[in-house]
Design a binder for this molecule. Structure first.
Ligand code: ADP
Length: 425
């Protein structure tokens, strides 16, 4: 199997977002957790998104991990590699976008790299090199107060210049609007002048399509899910990828017992749990008991084992904001959160040992703890259950096939748990 597109994402949720975007454009896509082992068995896919956690680590380490991911992707035949960053360009003057881009560019020998974080469907647009978040420039958006990487400059040509050893230029909207050949001509001109990368303006999806077409002339591009969309459409339009209209491989039925875990305390999740009470057995954990020791997880598992044959079960730690605040006051926020996440991971492990092969998890951190514990190397991305929440089929696991849905707190409608299980048969 030869990959048509390789992607390196600098955080997990960004990787999922990109993998979901590529799937929606018809690319059969696997998202891996970290750089996969050399012998990872992959199904037939067009794209692999390697998820790293390299956004806020030391730049040298981010470079090292990104290069390892690149080597793996190129080894699987990827001609084009997209370095996926946040659509709000989250970074500091020390990196990590510039240093990683420089290293990947040096590795692949491209003369100039197209860079754009634009993703119009989520309100991220770039004009004259300035990134807008909705109707305001980046430096007036909530990102100006981000705890790790406050963004004080909306001009990405300046931002990237401070991070990169390369000279950075602009491909302005006027050129992008004139189409791929105008962008190619501009890039050739810039490369001849010694520029190593260019921020590309993009306001509409059609701009991303133009940028995507030109990006495929190169071996590397940098951007958010928007450029992923552009590159994916270009791969399909050029016939290099045959758009996959049915996601039956990802969702082929697995059967057997199904279970749901909820560790999110968001408003949406609380409502989803209340709706699930009408259609499945629900156990509410006692959060104080969870923090006190392992017994509560054991109790939950034996409760579940007795019921799994009759139908799906839901185990929830979720409580209302008042109850969460009270528990945190008693035990400390981090200690309480960590203890509950680990209990959810214990329960997930026990459920899988009890035969569960269909697992729905509500909560971003909770999902991370569960996936780590189950040691799942990657997922084939399937149809969306709700916006941004696809069915996932585990790949490369030793314990056989498994379907998952991983939902961060606020996603999904009131019937999310039964909606998910209806697609995970
Ligand atoms: P979301 O996606 O809604 O943010 P997460 O799983 O990322 O959900 O975060 C929820 C956090 O709250 C986790 O650390 C989880 O362990 C913790 N948690 C779950 N239930 C409770 C509870 N009853 N009281 C306090 N914290 C809880």
């Amino acid at each position: 199997m030869t990959l048509k597109l390789g992607c390196i994402a600098d955080d997990y949720t960004g990787a999922s977002d990109l993998a979901n975007t590529l799937t929606r454009q018809g690319l059969r896509t696997v998202q891996t957790i970290g750089v996969p082992s050399d012998d990872l068995a992959l199904p037939e896919v067009d794209a692999v998104v390697v998820s790293l956690k390299s956004r806020s680590i030391e730049a040298g380490l981010a470079v090292q991990r990104s290069r390892a991911a690149e080597a793996w992707l190129r080894g699987r035949g990827a001609d084009h590699v997209l370095f996926k960053i946040c659509s709000t360009f989250d970074s500091t003057d020390a990196g990590n976008i510039g240093p990683v881009m420089d290293a990947l560019r040096a590795d692949c020998g491209d003369s100039i790299v197209l860079v754009t974080p634009a993703f119009p469907e989520t309100g991220r647009t770039v004009y004259m090199g300035n990134l807008f978040v909705g109707s305001v420039p980046l430096n007036e958006s909530p990102l100006k107060d981000h705890p790790l990487n406050p963004m004080h400059d909306s001009n990405l040509v300046r931002v990237l210049t401070r991070q990169s050893r390369n000279r950075i230029a602009l491909v302005a909207l006027a050129d992008v609007a004139r189409g791929p050949d105008a962008v190619r001509a501009r890039l050739a001109d810039l490369a001849a002048q010694g520029f190593g990368a260019a921020i590309a303006d993009a306001v509409f999806d059609r701009d991303l399509e133009t940028i995507g077409q030109v990006a495929l002339d190169h071996r590397l591009s940098v951007g958010a899910s928007g450029i992923g969309l552009g590159v994916a459409r270009a791969l399909v339009a050029s016939g290099r990828v045959k758009a996959n209209t049915d996601s039956t491989t990802a969702e082929a039925p697995i059967g057997g017992p199904a279970a749901c875990l909820a560790g999110s305390c968001s408003q949406a999740t609380l409502q989803q749990i209340a709706s699930a009470e009408a259609v499945m057995a629900v156990l509410h954990l006692d959060p104080d008991q969870v923090v006190a020791g392992k017994e509560e997880a054991r109790r939950a598992l034996s409760w579940a084992r007795d019921r799994l044959k009759q139908g799906p079960v839901l185990i929830a730690s979720s409580s209302t904001p008042d109850q969460v605040a009270a528990l945190q006051a008693r035990h400390g926020r981090d200690a309480a959160g960590h203890a509950i996440e680990q209990a959810m991971a214990d329960i997930a492990e026990g459920l899988v040992q009890a035969g569960v092969r269909r697992l729905v998890v509500a909560g971003g951190e909770t999902s991370g703890a569960v996936v780590d514990r189950l040691r799942i190397p990657g997922f084939l991305v399937g149809a969306e259950i709700a916006a941004g929440v696809p069915v996932l089929r585990a790949v490369g696991t030793s314990g056989g096939d498994m379907l998952l849905a991983l939902k961060s707190g606020n996603f999904g409608g009131a019937e999310f748990f039964s909606d998910a299980l209806a697609l995970m048969r």
